[in-house]
Design a protein around this ligand. Structure first.
Ligand SMILES: CC(C)(COP(=O)(O)OP(=O)(O)OC[C@H]1O[C@@H](n2cnc3c(N)ncnc32)[C@H](O)[C@@H]1OP(=O)(O)O)[C@@H](O)C(=O)NCCC(=O)NCCS
Length: 164
């Protein structure tokens, strides 16, 4: 186990889109394991999704440390799923999660994406509601805990349509 490091300061964090293979990717996986899988008793092997490579990975980072991340898997030319939303515990509640979702949503219309859905852990539904997401469908269980389906429409971008 690596020694505990002091968390980076919120103001110093940069947001970058990376891909698997990027020097920050292992740190992203470490954050996802620590925040999203280890607390539920899942092993490190349960972190990676089959569609890591074709997903967008937005990370908040400073000095080689990844403090937050959000991923997006395009499932069609115009829609896809936001997943693996995580913020370092020491920095939760300070606006970083909202900043990451906004950063992702700013990029998606440029790629032609106008509809985002996600699987929200039930206790985190209010976080996504504040960001304009609405629940739909029946509650369900995933990673052994209650979840809700949520979705949001994004404004379409003329630029995104031209670039495709
Ligand atoms: C959920 C998570 C990503 C939110 O990120 P964050 O940086 O802590 O959230 P922010 O500080 O940006 O919060 C934005 C707003 O949502 C609210 N909010 C955040 N988490 C909330 C929660 N669990 N319940 C209710 N409101 C919440 C904040 O109070 C804030 O409200 P405001 O705009 O009125 O001030 C983060 O807490 C986390 O990593 N949690 C553990 C992993 C997890 O559950 N991920 C989601 C899987 S679906």
């Amino acid at each position: 186990m690596r020694p505990p490091a002091s968390p980076p300061s919120l103001d110093a964090l940069a947001l970058s889109f990376i891909s698997p293979g990027h020097p920050l990717y292992e740190e992203e996986l470490e954050l996802r394991f620590r925040v999203l899988r280890e607390p539920l008793g899942f092993p490190r092997s349960a972190v990676a999704f089959p569609f890591e490579q074709e997903s967008l990975h937005l990370v908040a980072h400073q000095g080689g440390t990844v403090a937050g991340c959000v991923l997006f898997h395009p499932e069609s030319p115009s829609e896809g799923r936001l997943f693996q939303m995580a913020v370092l515990p020491a920095l939760q509640g300070l606006g970083l999660g909202a900043r990451l979702v906004s950063g992702l949503e700013a990029e998606l219309p440029r790629r032609g994406i106008v509809s985002v859905h996600l699987h929200a852990r039930a206790h985190v539904v209010p976080f996504y509601e504040r960001l304009g997401y609405a629940t739909y469908g029946e509650p369900f269980t995933e990673v052994n805990i209650p979840h809700r389906h949520m979705r949001k429409s994004l404004p379409s971008s003329i630029l995104g349509g031209l670039e495709k």
